[in-house]
Design a protein around this ligand. Structure first.
Ligand code: HOZ
Length: 429
């Protein structure tokens, strides 16, 4: 495959952008090789700057639920753009978006738009601290809630991929308030809460984790945290940046039947434009300025282009819930096909799969937390990644990321992905 243009662009990018990329997860740092520079995308396919076509399993890390350049979205953005791209003043579109999210997501009485998942999570944490008057919070090893200082402790995604243990610039003062334990370890949560009685403002979780590969919550794990939060007046925050409106119209809350106190959203609610939001129960969210004194602001918050894109996507998902069912069916089909090929290869493997999120770990043990994800054969994953890429299948360039399927994928695409896996395994094992 000729990727000469990507190589030249990567050389050039490194002269003016740190590491040549604007987000570390794009750098192919752990899998090696040259990151592909993308020229365009349509439906289920990415086309790189050399014109090579790839079946896309990243979906912009989640939001392209209905595929790239989905026509109703493109049309809505084009129509809105002629009315200007930003006002710094409120619009009716923001109300419609808030009303739509409230009608789809459980436990959202009030919702504030921001511009990214990072902003959403850091703001939700501030609200939880303001509401409870407490400083500490619990997050889980391998979960990633954006790059705000407080969350960069034992974080997943790019932090895990690059194996960064301590992050210069994150002060001990901030990090000391971040308590961590293993995902799915309810006893460890109970212990931390007991040891820090009356000091914990919030527990934040990815209800289905997607930043250490895809990892499912064990039965009783989230239910147990809910009970602890109720008993100890701790705010339970669901980070639905990746699961929101993907696992169900009401996200993981609806799919798993567990209530959050606060919920954060990200890229999905902008259909790929820079958006995030945090929302929740009224008695908590009324702390947010200008209603309360927990200050949070942004010129581009509720940006009209982002709002129309998100409103269009979410409206379609609300009106046609069968689309998410189709997507789940496709993911289950892919999972079964991969399962057959991996089993036939004789290599130890685990496929974790929930809804339209999936990941393959080359491990003989269940992958249920960060430690088990990290102990998988990630050298083999690198070979698998490149073998698949050479066959036109673009997987996330790290074993610490979930695959995200989109509904533009055809069953032929899925069959081709399964075939590419069979060929790749023959090549690399
Ligand atoms: N949560 C996203 C992937 N795990 C982040 C993407 C990024 O850091 O660019």
């Amino acid at each position: 495959m000729n990727i000469e243009t990507s190589k030249q662009l990567f050389e050039r990018a490194q002269q003016s952008i740190p590491g040549g990329v604007n987000s570390p997860v794009r750098a192919f740092k752990s899998v090696g090789g040259t990151p592909l520079f993308i020229g365009r995308a349509k439906g289920a396919y990415l086309y790189d700057a050399d014109g090579n076509k790839y079946i896309d399993y990243i979906a912009s890390w989640g939001p392209m639920i209905l595929g790239h350049a989905y026509e109703p979205l493109v049309k809505a953005i084009q129509e809105q753009a002629v009315y200007s791209t930003s006002y710094g003043a409120p619009t009716e579109l923001e109300i419609k978006m808030a009303e739509l999210i409230k009608s789809m997501a459980p436990n959202v009485d009030l919702i504030r738009m921001v511009s990214s998942g990072t902003e959403a999570c850091m703001s939700a944490l501030r609200v939880a601290r303001g509401f409870t008057g407490r400083n500490k919070f619990i997050k889980f090893e391998g979960c990633y809630h954006g790059h705000a200082d407080a969350f960069l402790v034992k974080a997943g995604s790019g932090v895990a991929t690059l194996n960064i243990q301590t992050i210069p610039g994150v002060t001990a003062g901030v990090a000391n308030d971040t308590l961590t334990c293993a995902y799915n370890d309810l006893a460890a949560v109970e212990k931390l809460v007991e040891e820090n009685k009356g000091e914990i403002a919030a527990i934040i979780v990815e209800p289905v984790a997607g930043n250490m590969g895809c990892i499912l919550p064990a039965p009783g794990f989230l239910e147990g945290i809910r009970k602890i939060c109720d008993a100890e007046n701790i705010i339970f925050i669901f980070d639905e940046v990746m699961t929101g409106f993907r696992l169900a119209p009401g996200g993981a809350q609806e799919k798993l039947g567990i209530d959050a106190d606060l919920v954060t959203y990200g890229k999905v609610i902008g259909g790929g434009l820079p958006v995030g939001a945090f929302g929740g129960k009224k008695h908590i969210m009324q702390m947010v300025a200008p209603l309360g004194n927990v200050y949070q602001a942004g010129t581009l918050s509720g940006n009209p282009i982002a709002m129309i894109a998100g409103y269009t996507l979410l409206s379609i998902l609300k009106e046609q819930p069968q689309l998410l069912q189709q997507l789940d069916d496709k993911t289950a089909y892919l999972k079964n096909g991969l399962d057959k090929e991996l089993a036939a290869s004789g290599t130890p493997y685990i496929i974790n799969h929930f809804g339209s999120m999936l990941s393959v770990h080359f491990s003989g043990h269940p992958v249920t937390d960060f430690a088990s994800a990290a102990s998988a054969n990630n050298e083999l994953f690198k070979k698998y990644f490149h073998a698949m890429l050479n066959r036109g299948v673009y997987l996330p360039p790290s074993a610490f990321e979930s695959w995200f399927l989109n509904n533009a994928l055809s069953y032929d695409d899925l069959d081709n992905t399964i075939k590419a896996t069979a060929e790749s395994l023959k090549e690399i094992l």
